[in-house]
Design a protein around this ligand. Structure first.
Ligand SMILES: O=C(O)c1cccc(C(=O)CC[C@H]2O[C@@H](n3cnc4c(=O)[nH]cnc43)[C@H](O)[C@@H]2O)c1
Length: 207
């Protein structure tokens, strides 16, 4: 099975790089954000067909039920900034009739081992939320139907769908989505937990 592991930064992949190399599994570091991700994946997927894209990385949590270091599977992700302001109301790109902002992972049942992780809904942003008013506004707009945010997730799902490739997104919580205080973030712990899961998953996938 040809798997491509996709992450925004080398730092988010580092602990498993020797293992991935040993196993002959391809990796792609895209750069942070949906623009970098879409470009890098577009280039990569033009050269090779994969059986699975596995997007891994860290994320912020809107939910206090998740703990820092928890690892979750993002089964639905949304480009929440793509659309138009219609006075007080936000119009999605779907409502404008121009495209798609809501994406789902599509690990075709039976072909890919289940992740065994809690399944959550995510949003993908250009600007990391760190302001109480903006956080309240996005919660209200999405009627609290959001658990985590990243800067790449929906772009990976979008590229995978374009190339008809199964895709799974897995994120470890490094911080809460709250008024910005990076002293409360724990990126090393999130990355450690992410890679404990990743190596176990890839080994189970090979069985
Ligand atoms: O501002 C800092 O000091 C800082 C230091 C290290 C990393 C960052 C990031 O913003 C990492 C961005 C990276 O991680 C994902 N991520 C993590 N938490 C969030 C979040 O709350 N909202 C959106 N994205 C998040 C993201 O996918 C990026 O790839 C900052």
């Amino acid at each position: 099975m040809e798997i491509l592991i996709v992450a925004a930064t080398k730092y988010e992949l580092e602990p498993s790089l020797p293992f991935l190399h040993e196993q002959g599994i391809d990796v792609l570091v895209t750069g942070v954000g949906m623009v970098e991700t879409a470009f890098a994946l577009g280039e990569k997927l033009a050269t090779k067909q994969y059986d699975l894209l596995l997007n891994v990385g860290i994320a912020g949590s809107f939910s206090s039920d998740l703990l820092i270091g928890d690892v979750v599977e993002v089964v639905q992700d949304r480009l929440i900034e793509l659309g138009a302001q219609n006075r007080e109301k936000f119009l999605s790109i779907e409502e404008m009739g121009f495209g798609q902002s809501l994406f789902f992972s599509n690990s075709i049942a039976g072909t890919i081992a289940p992740t065994g992780l809690q399944q959550v809904h995510g949003i993908t942003v250009n600007t990391v939320h760190g302001n109480a008013i903006a956080i309240e506004a996005v919660r209200k707009r999405l009627e609290n139907n959001l658990t985590i945010e990243s800067m790449e997730g929906a772009a990976v799902l979008h590229a995978a769908h374009k190339k008809n490739t199964p895709v799974v997104q897995v994120r470890a919580i490094s911080n809460y989505v709250e008024p910005r205080d990076t002293s409360r973030w724990d990126i090393p712990q999130a990355i450690q937990k992410l890679h404990e899961w990743l190596r176990g998953y890839l080994i189970s996938q090979q069985r």
